[in-house]
Ligand binder design. Structure first.
Ligand code: SF4
Length: 423
């Protein structure tokens, strides 16, 4: 039975649409505490070595161990998708798959390959920094109940969104440039502080934990350790105190109730990865073990536009490959495509064509809210006329052309894009 706290959410008309429900079934069940989040399943898979051994193993051997355990996780997850109650999550293993993932993330920091840049800089020493400009620190600029995400994510109580600082891409028009371009924006958080943020948001009834930025991938080590933390213990009072410095909404924890996060007596929350998707293949496989629903961007339809407007190489092959991975893995996901002025022919159309051909039935949000920002904003002192092609709002006709083309291709976008009647 759905806990009372989430009844209004699961009864939203949007969930009666099979083209949406079938694609997000797992996420909905975890969100309504009818199924355990993947990280809870992962926590029951024994690492088969002690925690001391995990710390001492070289990275190559940790990856072997991870791959072995990932197979087991996937088979349990497939079973849970059919019958959640058949999976017993009440007894986490002392040392488990989440410890292996945490250790891999930690060790990878010494030659960082979290995102597709694969800079291989030592972020622990910090003598040389990669594109993201980060050492080991993670900063959260703000966290709150987001009321502006897609209806399936914001629901009735908001999406529990955590904004991390800095980014792996350099979009000249970034709509969040205050945090993506400023690695020092926000408050420092460690893994337990982040666990407290996650706990806070879910305790207040958020439907998901929405990691975004900037870009969450570049903070993988902190996020993975925080997820491990919520699978074991409630964060300390000090961690909650630290976390609330960046809380920026009016929800107060005293309104909370365990109905919001309880599954089998454990803390349950669906993990949402809201990303530019410029992610390395290895990181994708780690994320597979903990992400319940994906929200990737697919911005550019060719590498020339990606290089010029985001200073990002290997864009199309990286982003398309990662989309194909989550599709082939049977994951729940919604793709976001932002229509940019003067880029319908070179970006929107090729992106939609690729999706139609490779990801049949995928849910796509075709977004019309582009506004010129950062270096593309003529009103900003940072404005660079090189980007005059995107220095205006998209015209009505450009948006209509994008929709018409998506219809022609048979893309599954109408319900997720035009959602007002479904709430
Ligand atoms: S996260 Fe990406 S950009 Fe940052 S150092 Fe690692 S590989 Fe480079």
């Amino acid at each position: 039975m759905t806990p009372p706290a989430y009844q209004r959410f699961v009864q939203l008309p949007v969930w009666k649409r099979p083209e949406i429900r079938n694609r997000l079934e797992w996420y909905l069940k975890v969100s309504a505490n009818q199924a355990p989040a993947k990280y809870l399943i992962a926590s029951t898979i024994p690492a088969s070595v002690s925690s001391d051994t995990i710390h001492s193993l070289p990275l190559g051997e940790l990856w072997d161990l991870f791959q072995k355990n990932l197979h087991e996780l996937i088979s349990l997850w497939e079973q849970a998708k059919q019958e959640p109650k058949s999976i017993d999550i009440s007894h986490p293993s002392e040392t488990n798959l989440l410890d292996i993932i945490g250790e891999i993330s930690n060790k990878t920091l010494q030659s960082c390959t979290f995102c597709r840049w694969e800079c291989k800089v030592d972020r622990v020493k910090g003598e040389k920094l990669g594109t993201c400009q980060l050492g080991t620190e993670s900063r959260v600029a703000s966290y709150f109940h987001h009321r502006g995400e897609e209806l399936v994510f914001r629901g009735t109580r908001g999406s529990g969104t955590i904004f991390f600082s800095s980014c792996s891409m350099r979009c000249v028009f970034c709509q969040n440039s205050d945090i993506s371009k400023d690695k020092d924006n926000g408050a420092l958080v460690d893994a337990e502080g982040l666990a407290a943020i996650i706990w806070d948001l879910r305790m207040e009834g958020c439907h998901n934990i929405n990691f975004v930025g900037g870009e969450p991938t570049i903070h993988l080590h902190t996020i993975m350790k925080a997820i491990r933390h919520i699978s074991r213990d409630k964060p300390s009072r000090e961690a909650f105190g630290q976390a609330r410095w960046t809380k920026s909404d009016g929800f107060l924890p005293f309104r909370s109730g365990t109905n919001y996060y309880d599954y089998g007596g454990r803390f349950n929350a669906p993990i949402l990865w809201n990303s530019n998707f410029f992610i390395s293949e290895k990181t994708m496989s780690l994320l597979r073990a903990v992400v319940d629903v994906w929200l990737p961007d697919f911005k550019f339809g060719n590498n020339k536009c990606a290089r010029r407007l985001a200073r990002t190489p290997w864009y199309f092959e990286t982003i398309s490959k990662n989309h194909k991975l989550i599709h082939d893995w049977g994951e729940n996901y919604v793709i976001r495509h932002l229509v940019m002025p003067n880029h319908v022919d070179c970006c929107t159309k090729p992106v939609l064509e690729w999706i139609a051909e490779n990801l049949p039935g995928a849910l796509v949000n075709i977004m019309a809210q582009y506004h010129p920002d950062a270096y593309a904003n003529p009103a900003s002192p940072e404005y660079n006329p090189r980007y005059s092609d995107i220095s205006r709002y998209p015209e009505r006709q450009e948006i209509l052309d994008a929709y018409a083309y998506a219809r022609e291709l048979g893309i599954n976008f109408e319900e997720i894009t035009f959602e007002k009647s479904l709430q």
